[in-house]
Design a binder for this molecule. Sequence first.
Ligand code: ATP
Length: 302
Amino acid sequence: MTLAAATTPRIVVLGSANVDLVVRQPRRAEPGETVFGTSFQTGPGGKGLNQAVAAARAGGGVAFIGAVGDDALGAQLRATIEAEGIDTRALRTTAAPTGIAQITVTDDGENSITVVAGANGLADLRDDERTLIAEASHLVVQLERPEPLLIEALRHARAHGVTTVLTPAPARAPLTELIGLADVLVPNAGEAALLAGVPDVEAAAVSLSRAAHTVVVTRGADGAVVAQEGEIVSRVPARRATPIDTTGAGDTFTGVLVAGLSQGAPLGEALAAAAAAASITVTRPGAADSMPTRAEIDAALA
Ligand code: ATP
């Protein structure tokens, strides 16, 4: 038995793992045209992997339920996740290829992204994965895995008294069933407005908190707002930062929030750590690569 297998992680993240393939180029190619890019980088990504890394770096005990392909990119992702000290007992290797996000960044600063889900399309929950969830304190999911799988996992968590955390991204409405299964819902402002069907962020948070227990809406440099049972209960200021790349800010926020909650921190304290951590992520390039360690978060809070 390995050391990881001997301990029970308190946080289980069920989500996507992708390799981001980032090409920078002066402009988008026309159909049939070839343009020369100026740079190419790869890095780990996928909202599931990102949130797992954020929670682990913040000191949470994390297990990841996910899937990669039997290919070089899959081996790379597995090594990345293991290097973070995340339990990979439930990281499966499948016949489908590793998921990728092909990201084109043009000189006008616009992104266009194509995601191929590949192995992330795996839709069943094995018995050992059900056990891992039942023994956790928190189950964390996003929307980059098949919806029936997410519903099954959330229901299973609920049945075992496990706190459920849902990031409704990439957003699509209405998601009524999923939201009703969330103890903690963490949308960004655009997602909250879409799901609630109202443009005002605080009104959206209030509305969503009638279905999910605690709703934390992140609003970029404006911080976050928290609603419970139809009322705004707190506002969390963002910390001052000079952003250079905000990719992964939301995933850092959620991962660090859950790490705090799983260690018994009060909601306000966990939110303050989440905001401090996300303010560090925005000052560095990349997604998972840009996330801070516990020591860095503590230094920012001090
Ligand atoms: P992304 O998609 O870029 O990962 P998101 O849209 O999911 O982000 P945001 O609401 O933009 O999430 O940001 C999440 C949190 O990150 C905010 O609540 C805030 O605490 C922090 N944050 C984001 N942008 C900034 C910024 N410019 N300065 C300081 N903190 C920031």
